[in-house]
Design a protein around this ligand. Structure first.
Ligand code: GDD
Ligand code: MN
Length: 367
């Protein structure tokens, strides 16, 4: 019996990868001969039929399992949930789009199984690896992101941005309560959340071309990454979502002042109307960006978007009233207008964040 017990789970996050999954399974079946393995696909309710296709395959291939998440998005959180569903002593994460070279898997397995490493990482930035056919812009963004992790989070890896790695199950279990689960960079999250330094082997590979489907990498991924960095540094004191909400709010102040200025100079509106328009427009702006960035993992769409906007505006109007009330009270006592103004903003911010996080974007998952 022992020879048949499960050794390795490969977790593969998917979002609209219908043309890639069966090739992926064939390739793993070929490379992982001699190992007892399974795949867990974690699909965020793809609309291209990925999940239905996986169901058909899994019904007659016991090495294939899957998990479907509804109303949620996020590469890291998908991987973590897949990893937690595994019973294997060794765990791997890899993309579904065939850009990660599956031929590295046996060497990775060897590293964590026989060579005493805690983790093996498929790396583009060690001797023998490359980013393949990336344009200059993507190469430099990736290099910058890598540098930030190395300098700010003190990660020693050459390629912490990699989404292709294998580890002993203890690595996950030791880190699980500290994981941020934000955005795309699951490896960074795991390494920084580990209570003790990990022995990691980097294994070179050439990053392949995406043949089918589209990349999900966009500027929002960069925002998520900055939030991950914030969470891993000051997150102990201030939640990452509050940092994101406050940053959006700061941009909202810019929008407010621009609308106010234009209302007064171009349209010659009386101050009160210009200010009123500025409040309305900056509220819509704040709602839009928070829905896109801060709450990307639980974005509102369609009718829920409109309803959410109304609730957001109502909550923020009360926040505005609290802001003015507190500032006015403090100013009456100390006469320090900057300090009173800032305290008003702080109270308004905390109110708006707290109330909208409950009313507009309620948490569906427990943490
Ligand atoms: N479940 C789920 N939910 N899967 C997702 C989501 C999501 O929100 N977003 C992306 N994926 C899946 C894709 O379907 C794909 O299998 C994998 O995650 C990577 O997404 P890509 O859009 O192909 O990312 P990439 O090629 O730009 O970036 C990859 O390379 C980077 C550099 O090595 C990823 O592997 C990154 O993790 C990696 O850092
Ligand atoms: Mn890809």
């Amino acid at each position: 019996m022992n020879s048949a017990s499960l050794q390795l789970t490969v977790v593969i996050p998917t979002f609209n990868e219908v043309s890639n999954v069966s090739v992926m399974i064939d390739r793993l079946t070929h490379t992982l001969q001699g190992i007892e393995w399974e795949i867990i696909f974690v699909d965020d309710d793809s609309q291209d039929g990925t999940f239905q296709k996986l169901q058909t395959i899994a019904a007659c291939n016991s090495r294939v399992r899957m998990l479907r998440r509804v109303g949620r998005r996020g590469l890291s959180s998908a991987c973590i949930e897949g990893l937690l569903a595994s019973a294997a002593p060794y765990l791997a994460v890899m993309d579904a789009d065939l850009q990660h070279d599956e031929n590295c898997l046996p060497a990775m397995f060897q590293a964590v199984h026989a060579e005493g490493f805690d983790m093996a990482v498929g790396s583009r930035y060690v001797e023998g690896g490359s980013t393949g056919d990336w344009n200059q812009q993507r190469v430099s963004v990736s290099k910058w992101a890598t540098l930030l992790s190395q300098k700010i989070l003190k990660i020693q890896l050459q390629d912490p941005m990699s989404g292709f790695f294998m580890m002993r199950r203890a690595v996950l279990e030791d880190a699980v309560y500290r994981l941020s689960r934000l955005g795309f960079k699951i490896l960074v999250d795991l390494v920084v959340s580990s209570p003790k330094p990990l022995r990691i082997k980097e294994i070179p590979f050439h990053f392949g071309l995406r043949v089918a489907g589209e990349s999900k990498l966009d500027t929002r991924v960069a925002w998520d990454y900055l939030m991950l960095l914030a969470d891993k540094t000051i997150g102990r004191y201030i939640p990452a979502k509050l940092i994101s909400f406050a940053s959006v709010g700061a941009m909202g102040v810019g929008v407010h002042l621009t609308v106010l200025g234009m209302g007064k100079t171009f349209f010659a509106l009386p101050f009160m109307y210009a200010q009123g328009a500025a409040v309305l427009i900056s509220m819509v702006f704040n709602f839009y960006l928070n829905n896109l960035l801060t709450y990307r993992d639980q974005q509102l769409q369609g009718r829920a978007w409109v309803w959410g906007l109304l609730k957001f505006m109502l909550a923020c109007s009360l926040g505005g009233a609290a802001n003015v009330g507190v500032a006015n009270y403090l100013y009456g006592n100390d006469g320090l207008w900057v300090l009173s103004g800032l305290m008003g903003i702080l109270v308004g911010l905390i109110w708006n964040f707290g109330v909208t996080s409950i009313l507009v974007w309620p948490q569906r998952s427990a943490h």
